[in-house]
Design a protein around this ligand. Structure first.
Ligand SMILES: [Zn+2]
Length: 64
């Protein structure tokens, strides 16, 4: 079991990266209020979402 993917808010959903989301889920993400803070490209590259409660996790920017 990959507990790292578990949503910290609802504890049920799995955090998914942009590429893992379905097309219709992309539309939901675009309507989330957090979109004003981050550029869309950055969100899609770094962030992950819970498709159950739509908690958005800001991806850690690794200094690699
Ligand atoms: Zn959740």
């Amino acid at each position: 079991m990959n507990t790292d993917d578990r949503c910290p808010r609802c504890g049920e959903g799995r955090m998914k990266s942009w590429r893992e989301l379905e097309k219709e889920e992309h539309e939901v993400v675009r309507r989330l209020p957090a979109s004003a803070e981050d550029a869309a490209a950055e969100r899609q590259r770094l962030n992950r979402w819970c498709t159950r409660c739509w908690y958005e996790s800001r991806g850690a920017e690794t200094t690699a």
